[in-house]
Design a protein around this ligand. Structure first.
Ligand code: SF4
Length: 1003
């Protein structure tokens, strides 16, 4: 067959511009080829450190995201009832004046009446700062419903976490374990890394109920039951401890294994560290108590010791060993619950130990540790781990993530060659030092960013009665370490007025009317519900900013249309979630490669404009005019601290400074010349053992990541050869926390100690779940429902080819998958009387959906699963009527409750708001929740009266430590669908008809 010759050298376009991909959160570098001003082709940037030229299906399809028919076209004001989708286009001036007219009185009256929540927008360095300047505590981004368990567990334990703050050492690892890793997060970087691991023949083990994507190329698939990863990790540690295959020297040098813990049950300091007068934790060495950081000692790690006052104390390691060696964590004891054979658990433990200890590696790199010891090389334990949402989206996820870090530490496999490595600016001190903002300054701004990390009950945002001060209840006794906020609770709470009514809900790029909400049908009802007394909406104003006509647009009163990622400046900042790798700090920008062809504006610039109109501190100059022209101007000129701005590259008047330096007016040009990224390498001697490596600590101090401190003084009895280098003011080393004193402080409060104690209805829960060592417990929903009625687990996976809800409106990506199926193991399908292609009903205690079955061997038999966010609401996203996404797809969220089953943890449970059988939303909040604490000052916490008992507790379907949404705790049953069970969008009403005059495309 003859083939027409193809000219492979024909130019694709007439212009090429660099920017950064935004088709997922990996932020690869791209080159956009333009022809006559239109985007023609997107290519991976071969020089970019994230993707080295690789481009995935999503990234290539960015062209169709940019030209999507679902793009919003102009600002819109609602003219019909909420949810109807009836809007009229208005000018930007009118839109911003309307927003200002709502927000200005709030700021004057009580800034907390603004709830500002954003999705996966990658601009928290701006949005969080803006919220602080506005003065509202009610701000968060998407982390609370994504993976805050992983972030918080890591930051409170090792000073970093998986994914954005760390990575496996793909170059050197000999054994890679992936836990709950989905294919969308960490896309191109992990693909490149897995390629290296496979090429070297190293072993990859995937721990996941589902075998897709990366798990499909693993050498071994551990088909674990959802929610039991912690139990598996416990059993591995049980085996390692039993066999004495642990790295004790590592645990003492870099973690707190030897710190002494007071053992004095009932006392106010039981479980806290033994400290000296200066607050230094102490250990026992050579028969005496000495500061735990004393170099050159051989401290006791087991035993029980008397303190001078006669009380007893034990080293952390003793507690840890007692804990994990409990027979309940033996492989035989956990095999049935985890679904992993005991022999397999024992073998994996053996393999981990063999690789870590018998196949240890040494890199010939000399370095000096923070105790002053000089090392001729770097010892590596080449076991690497990576984890994602699969382990964290459970109500036991925080402790599971901590357990994984324990497992890594026992093997000495954090930040050594071949193991898990930190990405700068991490590691950071642990527990983290920045607490959440609590009070307002004279200018109305919060005293700190709204999101932070409590270190004790004193840092919570609760009122004088211990009730939440935030609308999402983050940092309350229900979810004390909710470090990313709890966006998934906002709409219910705002509707209930719990703990108070808000005036305006402003959301950016968060599809809370659909796939980002649990209990979707009721959420839609809450958004449209009116107060019968006034006839007004219970949530008076909703402002929504997005580039696309997502399901949530229909519920807004004011729509602020954003640009596509090819039309604006963005900042991937080291103050936010950077693109660093383990060898270098890196950040990046996006630049507009094409002008917007609609009446849309970048939301970041809109936010700054709004801030100037509201005269927010930091956003207006002395004359009262806007301080920043737009977001690009902000990126260059804004300083968070002297010399520290959003971008780390080419700082200083001459553009010759990295990390810290005065603003450089030509900074963006320098980024663009360099392909829109900046990368600054760590010196070779500082690339491993970053938590205690003088080379790294000095570099991190120069970059502004860690504060310098006076060098530790030599102490009596020091080994002369092991003293800290004299005269070098380095940041303090970061000591990894096997035992968390922070958690113990909350537990002590629950036991009745201290000035801040939880209300009675929270005590038992706080005491149980604030264990200073990792614990495992049955995920709440699984424990609460009758598993004979709901014997299966249901989870979602995100496909490689789509990210969140964005992809399933993209005409190229829709050709890969346009309707999601329910994947069921063949044995499970047979037991339920189902065959491939048949319609099935999936029911939970909360709701039901109809789905098409796809029989799939790559799933453990007790789990069913589907791709997330492909099912769409009819009429949204400019999809045609009858589009497979709405006609055949489904949204599992309809079956997921946003609160725990009525009796679970409820000390004073009130009736379910939804009918548990039909899922139909009650139109009225229960009378008991209608209370509005009008006389309570949410800033000072001075409540005028006790909240009624009936408002006390109905816990969110979330982790009790961090508030992370427990998406994967869902217990279900499946059965053949009946004649009346039709496919397509259950629980939602059709979107309204098209209105040609507005920018919102409809069916
Ligand atoms: S991995 Fe993500 S950021 Fe990279 S090209 Fe693909 S979609 Fe874009």
């Amino acid at each position: 067959m003859t083939q027409k010759p193809i000219n492979l050298n024909e130019p694709i376009g007439d212009e090429v511009k660099s920017t950064t991909c935004y088709m997922c959160a990996c932020r690869c570098g791209i080159k956009v080829h333009l022809k006559s001003g239109r985007v023609r082709y997107i290519q991976g940037n071969p020089d970019h450190p994230v993707n080295r030229g690789v481009l995935c299906a999503k990234g290539s399809a960015g062209i169709q995201q940019h030209y999507s028919p679902a793009r919003l076209k102009a600002p819109m004001k609602r003219v019909g009832p909420r949810g109807s989708g009836e809007f009229e286009e208005i000018s930007w001036d009118e839109a911003l004046e309307l927003a200002t007219s709502w927000l200005a009185p709030i700021r004057a009256r009580n800034p907390d009446e603004l709830a500002f929540f954003t999705g996966r927008d990658q601009s928290q360095a701006l949005t969080g700062w803006w919220a602080a300047q506005f003065g509202t505590v009610n701000y968060a981004a998407h982390g609370g419903f994504c993976s805050v368990n992983m972030a918080a567990a890591g930051l409170y334990t090792i000073g970093a976490s998986f994914w954005e703050f760390g990575e496996p050492d793909f170059e050197h690892t000999k054994y890679l374990m992936m836990w709950g890793v989905a294919e969308d997060h960490d896309s191109n970087p992990i693909k490149l890394g897995l390629g290296k691991v496979k090429a070297r023949g190293a072993k990859i083990v995937a721990v996941n109920p589902v075998r897709t994507g990366y798990a499909a190329i693993a050498d071994e698939w551990i088909a674990i039951k959802p929610g039991t990863d912690g139990l598996f990790a416990f059993a591995l540690m049980h085996e390692l401890l039993k066999a004495d295959r642990i790295d004790l020297e590592y645990l003492v040098r870099y973690a707190n294994a030897h710190w002494l813990v007071i053992r004095d049950p009932g006392a106010a300091d039981d479980g806290l560290f033994v400290r000296d007068a200066a607050g230094e934790p102490l250990c026992r060495a050579n028969g005496a108590l000495v500061p735990a950081s004393t170099p050159g000692i051989s401290p006791a790690v087991v035993g029980e010791y008397a303190l001078v006052d006669g009380r007893r104390a034990v080293p952390v390691f003793q507690l840890l060993a007692e804990h994990y060696l409990d027979p309940q964590y033996a492989p035989d004891a956990v095999a049935e619950r985890t679904g992993i054979a005991a022999d397999t658990i024992r073998r994996i433990a053996r393999e981990l130990a063999e690789v870590a200890f018998d196949q240890a590696i040494r890199l010939p790199i000399a370095w000096t540790d923070s105790a002053g010891r000089e090392h001729a090389d770097m010892l590596g334990r080449p076991v690497a781990m990576h984890a994602m949402r699969g382990i964290s989206a459970h109500s036991n996820g925080f402790h599971t993530c901590r357990a994984l870090h324990h497992l890594q530490m026992l093997l000495g496999a954090i930040e050594t060659p071949g193991s898990f490595r930190f990405q700068p600016p991490f590691p950071r001190p642990t527990p983290p030092v920045n607490r959440p903002g609590r009070t307002r300054k004279e200018n109305g701004a919060l005293d700190a960013a709204p999101l932070g990390f409590p270190q004790s009950p004193a840092d919570l945002l609760v009122d004088a009665h211990g009730q939440p001060r935030r609308i999402d209840h983050a940092y309350s006794w229900g979810y004390p370490l909710a470090a990313h906020g709890m966006m998934h609770t906002v709409i219910r709470n705002a509707w209930e007025g719990n703990p108070y009514r808000i005036d305006t809900l402003m959301m950016f790029m968060a599809n809370m009317g659909w796939n980002s909400a649990m209990n979707t049908s009721e959420t839609q009802a809450w958004l449209t519900d009116r107060d019968p007394a006034t006839g007004e909406y219970r949530i008076p104003h909703i402002i929504y900013a997005d580039a696309y006509s997502s399901e949530t647009v229909a519920y807004a009163d004011l729509v602020l249309p954003d640009t596509t990622y090819l039309e604006r400046h963005d900042c991937i900042s080291l103050l936010d979630r950077p693109i660093s790798d383990a060898d270098a700090a890196a950040d990046a920008i996006r630049q507009p490669v094409v002008p917007a062809d609609r009446d849309v504006r970048p939301f970041q610039s809109v936010l700054l404009d709004l801030g100037a109109r509201l005269r927010l501190p930091g956003m207006v100059d002395e004359d009262g005019g806007a301080k920043y022209r737009d977001f690009a101007d902000f990126m260059v000129r804004h300083e968070r601290a002297p010399g520290v701005g959003l971008l780390a590259g080419w700082r200083g008047a001459e553009g010759d400074r990295a990390g810290v330096g005065e603003p450089n007016p030509n900074q963006l040009e320098r980024y663009i010349e360099n392909g829109c990224f900046f990368r600054h390498e760590i010196p070779e001697t500082g690339r491993y053992y970053k938590m205690a490596n003088c080379g790294y600590l000095a570099w991190a101090a120069d970059m502004g990541f860690l504060a310098r401190q006076p060098a530790p003084q030599a102490r009596d009895g020091d080994d002369a050869g092991a003293r800290a280098p004299a005269g070098k003011a380095l940041p303090a080393p970061i000591v990894m926390q096997l035992y968390s004193e922070t958690l113990q402080r909350f537990r002590l409060a629950a036991q009745g100690h201290g000035a801040q104690q939880p209300p009675a209805e929270h005590r038992e829960r706080v005491e149980r779940y604030f264990d200073p060592l990792p614990i495992w417990y049955e995920p709440f929903e699984m424990a609460a429902v009758d598993r004979t009625r709901f014997p299966l687990s249901a989870i979602t996976q995100r496909p490689m080819f789509m990210y969140h809800a964005w992809g399933s409106q993209n005409r190229w990506l829709r050709q890969i998958v346009s309707s999601n199926k329910l994947h069921v193991h063949p044995d499970t399908a047979a037991q339920a009387g189902l065959v491939d292609g048949q319609r099935a009903v999936l029911e939970s205690h909360h709701g039901r959906v109809v789905a098409e079955v796809r029989v799939h061997r790559g799933v453990e038999p007790g789990t069913v699963w589907t791709w997330n966010a492909i099912g769409k609401r009819r009429g949204a996203w400019a999809l045609a009527d009858g589009a497979p996404e709405s006609a055949r797809g489904f949204l599992l969220n309809h079956a997921i409750s946003d609160v725990l089953p009525v009796d679970a943890h409820a000390s004073d449970a009130r009736p379910a708001i939804a009918d548990p059988v039909t899922g139909k939303a009650a139109r009225e909040p229960p009378a008991s929740t209608r209370v509005r604490f009008a006389n309570a000052d949410p800033v000072t916490g001075q409540a005028a009266r006790e909240p009624p008992a009936s408002t006390r507790v109905r816990f969110a379907n979330a982790d009790p430590v961090t508030g992370q949404a427990a998406w994967f705790d869902l217990a279900v049953r499946i059965s053949p669908a009946g004649p009346g069970d039709v496919l397509g969008d259950p629980g939602s009403t059709p979107a309204p008809p098209a209105r040609d005059r507005v920018g919102m495309p409809m069916r």
